[in-house]
Design a protein around this ligand. Sequence first.
Ligand SMILES: [Ca+2]
Ligand SMILES: [Ca+2]
Length: 183
Amino acid sequence: MKVILGSLILTTTLIGAGSKPYKGKIHEIPGKIEAEHYDEGDPGVAYHDLDKKNHGADYRGPTQVDIEKRQDASNGHGLGWTREGEWLNYTVEVKQTGTYNLEIPVASNKKGGIFHLAIDGKNITGPIQIPDTGGWQILKLLKIEKVKLTKGRQVIRAVMDTKGPSGSTGDIDYFKFEKVQKR
Ligand SMILES: [Ca+2]
Ligand SMILES: [Ca+2]
């Protein structure tokens, strides 16, 4: 029992440790988080990328994550070449505890895979399936409703769970959180 407890404590300590906000700027929620603005830090700390070759644009200098330059994307860039098992951290400041709706533009040639967002290892969105959007160059907006968030600074992790017939999880432009207003 002690061994199991020990490893649980270790896991909790490691999540988010050493993962630092991109350019020192914490993402604010409500707000838009560019997928290409994942945290700074070493591989295995701020992100995990499986592609040996660094695909795409030289947007952030030395990083293994594959960032694609695309004119139709917000900030002119998005994540590309996402693989099953990859993940990225985003340090955020949630301004208000409550329920949020989430918008995520994605692209996939053939059906993509499933991903989710997590905080401290807890899945906050449930499985998000990336559909066939009609091609890698066609972004479609996914809407995820009723994501519960607690006020404060925390690390959101985007986790690529599976790949689809496309061979990838899918291209991701940004994550936009909007607070659900009570009526
Ligand atoms: Ca990759
Ligand atoms: Ca983007």
